[in-house]
Design a protein around this ligand. Sequence first.
Ligand code: ATP
Ligand code: MG
Length: 310
Amino acid sequence: MIQVQHLVKLFGNFRAVDDITFEVQKGEVLGFLGPNGAGKSTTMRMLTGFFPPSSGTAVINGYDILKDSLNARRQIGYLPENAPVYPDMTVEGYLKFIAEVRGFTGSELKKKFERAVEICSLEKVLPQTVDTLSKGYKQRVCFAQAILPDPPVLILDEPTDGLDPNQKFEVRRMISGMAENKCIILSTHILEEVDAVCTRAIIIANGKIVANGSPNELRKKSSLYEAVTLSLDNVGAEEAKSAFMSLANVANTEVLKEENGAIVIRVLPSGGNVIAPAVAEEIRRRNWRNTQFSVEEGRLDEVFRNVTRQ
Ligand SMILES: Nc1ncnc2c1ncn2[C@@H]1O[C@H](COP(=O)(O)OP(=O)(O)OP(=O)(O)O)[C@@H](O)[C@H]1O
Ligand SMILES: [Mg+2]
């Protein structure tokens, strides 16, 4: 539903987005991750027609953003960064205005308006002007604006920014609930959000894609992936370390804690190999007393740091 082809955005000589290519299918929720200034919002602004690319293009549900910009934009609901909403309009006035701009009239307009209000729980603030809303409510009004036309594509720039934990949960639930029949791109700095809603994530750094995969695939790039953390209480740290180091596919060992004759040790595999069974067998063979044993599934925050700091 979205095909992005060699998108580039220059501001003067600065390449804010530097040759980005990817696709998103129907049913996917794609997370855009990356450090501040990586080019996430700039990419979204090009896809939504806020400004044109310096080169490259994208096709949204069959419409090219350069050759058929208006039709491309009709496919999209867009939540921009920092929820820009006219401050002097009431919430009701604003959402009805958006419905009109999106081409709805009469009973269809009323239906679309009521649906958006209900999904975003905005009933009690309808008569309030936007400038008197709290930050989280303003964000919700902007979210309501994005979903109001029920478009096939949603592009959401930090949709849970500024929301309280309950509302974060609600927005994630809404996004997951709508995902099946849509194609959704969202940016976020919250890595747990990637696990909660995204089927796939793209990590951007310095305007380039540095990782692209499902949350589990990305986690496998972590140096902790398949590492074993265990505690032993009848053996010294040095003896345990050298025993584990002699096993196949073990890259390193780290003693995390040493106290009253007990140790907590982490055994790290080389190249993401599975080492837990061999580690367990070694403990049994040496009659060591083992009180805790866990296998790491890898950490997104570590992968994020590794791929964005290079
Ligand atoms: N209109 C502009 N003129 C000049 N530079 C710009 C403009 N818009 C964005 N930039 C620069 O482009 C780079 C990418 O910005 P962008 O807003 O896309 O980052 P981001 O990944 O969304 O970051 P954040 O996580 O902070 O939202 C930044 O260095 C920014 O300063
Ligand atoms: Mg941004």
